[in-house]
Design a protein around this ligand. Structure first.
Ligand SMILES: Nc1ncnc2c1ncn2[C@@H]1O[C@H](COP(=O)(O)OP(=O)(O)OP(=O)(O)O)[C@@H](O)[C@H]1O
Length: 247
């Protein structure tokens, strides 16, 4: 199909219930794409399958030889355990893991890059703070600093602005635009349609099945959003019918 990542008739299921259903399409190299759809539409499942954290039931994801290092992934904050006693600098340092390996040590140059990345996200001097003491917005900045060090060709973000304040969102959107200008491929799961219209040229709209994938202005029509909601509701009703739960 000719993208940097191609999704080919992809179905991914939990306990035989498909969360992603026969989705096909391509992420063009250097594209900036929002993945949108109602709750339970399969967005996170699609992202995890692209990263390689979940396996397709049928179909496949073609990564064209991109190695682990080439794909960076930011999970939803809710999936990250912040009780671990680690400080900000060491968290960002994990972004160098691909370069230095498990047992390698970070050279002064590496620590300088970590400090620079923290300054870039507006957290200069925060290196020694424990991550448990940060606000949600500050922690998201730390995770973006880590992505900066990872230096990956493809960056996947799962709801990067959920429960994040406006100021932080604006700063992190600027970093996403910068990645786009550098020619990286960025894919983000988002819920705010205005934000998508303003900042994301491409949109993938799904309700387990694909509703639309292309230029945001063409995909995000009222009609398509209504269709996505109706189809998602249909899946829920079917599931409840099959399991005997009330809708
Ligand atoms: N670990 C799991 N085990 C069983 N079912 C799951 C699991 N994770 C997700 N699902 C189901 O798969 C479907 C798709 O979930 P997914 O998280 O991919 O959707 P989403 O579009 O990211 O939703 P949201 O916008 O609410 O985050 C949902 O019906 C969900 O309940």
């Amino acid at each position: 199909m000719g993208g940097i990542i191609d999704v080919i008739d992809l179905t991914v299921a939990y306990d035989r219930q498909p969360a992603v259903h026969h989705v096909s399409g391509s992420f063009a190299r250097g594209s900036l794409t929002a993945v949108v759809g109602p709750n339970g539409a399969g967005k996170s499942t699609l992202i995890k399958t692209i990263v390689g954290l979940m396996n397709p039931s049928t179909g496949r994801v073609e990564r064209h030889g991109l190695g682990r290092r080439a794909i960076a992934y930011l999970p939803q904050q809710a999936e990250i355990d912040r009780s671990f006693p680690i400080n900000v600098a060491d968290t960002v340092a994990l972004g160098l893991w691909n370069e230095i390996g498990l047992w390698g040590s970070i050279k002064p140059k590496g620590w300088k890059r970590i400090a620079d990345a923290l300054a870039h996200v507006g957290l200069e001097g925060f290196g020694h703070h424990p991550i448990a003491a940060l606000s949600a917005g500050q922690f998201q900045r730390v995770l973006f600093a880590r992505l900066l060090l990872q230096d990956s060709a493809v960056i996947l973000l799962d709801e990067p602005f959920a429960a994040i304040d406006e100021r932080t969102t604006a700063d992190l959107l600027a970093i996403i635009h910068h990645w786009h200008e550098e020619g990286r491929t960025v894919i983000a799961v988002l819920h705010d349609m205005e934000q998508v219209r303003q900042h994301f040229p491409q949109t993938l709209l799904m309700a387990r099945e694909l509703i639309g994938w292309g230029a945001t202005s063409q995909v995000l029509t009222d009609e398509a959003l209504r269709r996505a909601r109706a189809i998602a509701q249909g899946w829920t009703n079917n599931h409840n019918h099959a399991t005997g739960h009330a809708a």
